[in-house]
Design a protein around this ligand. Structure first.
Ligand SMILES: [Zn+2]
Length: 182
């Protein structure tokens, strides 16, 4: 449900301005790196019912760097930082949402996820038990569905024939309402 705050902001002093207008092609390769990474850890996330998380950055040579996924708890995960790699600009976080638990819905990023990425001035990517793939866009104060149910590996316990009605975009305020049961 949550990705725990990191101390990246303090470590790297990355401002939102650095992300204000990413080139579309550049953003596209970050999205693809996140998609491939999350697809590869979905099954471990379900089997262990743990969140897995990490960071995506760009090094001084202009290449994307993805940190090895770190195993968190059932509802939180703190990514490894790039501290050991100087000259790597952190662009985005990624995390899974663990296994499907009947009666709970973690098919949408949380307000905590949105706030954590906002504080760090980075994008975020989230994969869910239902195989949904979201991007967190703090500069727009929203989360946006990149691809829907089953587009990434999904938990066999998640009923993909269920029609959980989700919107393709949630603003921060809408996420708060949703979490409040409104
Ligand atoms: Zn989350």
């Amino acid at each position: 449900m949550h990705r725990l705050k990191t101390d990246l902001a303090a470590t790297f002093a990355i401002g939102v301005s650095a992300l204000a207008a990413p080139a579309t092609a550049q953003q596209q390769d970050v999205i693809e790196a996140a998609r491939v990474t999350l697809a590869g850890i979905q099954n471990s996330s379900f089997d262990k019912n743990r969140e897995f998380c990490g960071l995506i950055g760009r090094n001084a040579q202009g290449n994307l760097v993805v940190t090895r996924p770190r195993q968190g708890s059932a509802d939180g995960c703190r990514p490894r930082s790039f501290r050991m790699f100087s000259n790597t600009e952190v662009l985005a976080s990624y995390h899974t949402h663990g296994a499907h638990i009947p009666g709970e819905t973690v098919e949408v990023p949380s307000t905590y996820d949105l706030h954590a990425d906002a504080e760090e001035g980075i994008f975020g990517f989230v994969s869910t038990p239902g195989g949904r793939f979201w991007i967190i866009e703090p500069e727009r104060d929203q989360v946006r569905l990149l691809c829907g149910m089953g587009c990434l590996p999904h938990d066999p316990d998640y009923d993909v024939t269920s029609s959980e009605a989700l919107k393709p975009v949630y603003t921060g305020a809408e996420l708060e309402d949703r979490e409040a049961g409104g």
